[in-house]
Ligand binder design. Sequence first.
Ligand SMILES: Cc1cc2nc3c(=O)[nH]c(=O)nc-3n(C[C@H](O)[C@H](O)[C@H](O)COP(=O)(O)O)c2cc1C
Length: 387
Amino acid sequence: MRIYTSIADLRRRAQQRVPRAIFEYADRGSYDELTLRRNRAALEALELRQRVMIDLTQRSTATTVLGQPWSMPVAIAPTGLTGLFHRDGEIQGALAAEAFGVPFALSTMSICSIEDVRAAVTQPFWFQLYMMKDRGFNEEMVARARAAQCSALILTVDLVVQGLRRRDVHNGLTIPPRFTLANLLDIMTRPRWALGVLCGKRRSFGNLAGRIEASSGLGTLSQWIASQSDASITWKEIDWLRARWPGKLIVKGILDVEDAKLAAAAGVDAMIVSNHGGRQLDGAPATISVLPEVVEAAAGRCEVLFDGGVQCGQDVLKALALGARACLVGKSFLYGLAADGRRGVTRMLEILRAELEVSMALTGCTDVRHIDRRVLRLPSHLSGSPS
Ligand SMILES: Cc1cc2nc3c(=O)[nH]c(=O)nc-3n(C[C@H](O)[C@H](O)[C@H](O)COP(=O)(O)O)c2cc1C
């Protein structure tokens, strides 16, 4: 049994396990990766306040988000092509999440379909929608998410046009994929991955099966996706969705106060402060830097969730301190999945929870629901604590 003491351990193992093109698809960001680095740097720069001599015998990381109980304030973010990191990756992730008592979000661009995941789990999962020009497709996706009894629908709004991830181009992970000699050789050195993923029955976009006649390959479908991405969407789509989706509605990709106000006014149940993990607008701020102003703009009208760079429990504590209700993890999830499938995802969640628990205790917090700015060492004008 391997020992993983941190997300970094899982990341190292993931790097050994999956082909470089797949690993870097998860690990890297767009353009010069300024925003990718900022997400981590800004989280790291926040200091926690060590407190002592406080009764810590009763401690809890349990919370409620959107009216549902969670064992800790962390959910698994939607990630495309997850089933390429491990055979049936979305199913493995969903099973690990449900056993742990946290939500799993399935991407439109998943390898396993909504129905595949539904058949494997007992607890409802979340579905993430990308709006396509083909209204019939959007309609169908919402209907399928309803039929699968998904407990929330996430509309991702920060990818109507695509930022360039240069590593994907160099690695041949393009649309359509390009098999270079280098990545074929690379795959040969990962026989376990090849056996699991390439010999598995699910290797294409599961939710799009049947969309394109006589197509089973990633290439043709990817071209369809690129041509289908709807760059015309506006806040009016929220009404369109509301008419079709009676459940919880979450908008993902808010990074600005004005958009936060518009999202809250549009009546969403939650918004996710996100820059797509540094994969879209390079030069955008770190998500943790804008979180406080977004929380203020939401003004309690909806819940505010957070993602971007969360790779340890201390990061979760910091995001909660600045007003997030909960965090989502993208890369951390994929590192765990690539390292060791379902067990790796469980280990990732265990690591985050253990780090969160200890950090809460050392900052004098006993209940995750009561975390506030007092756990941070902030300049006095930002601390919000009584003077
Ligand atoms: C490999 C990868 C694929 C992603 N695919 C999607 C997607 O299909 N839909 C979506 O809304 N977000 C997608 N995201 C963004 C994540 O949902 C999340 O916003 C981001 O990963 C959070 O940052 P983190 O990776 O630092 O945790 C993806 C992220 C990664 C790393």
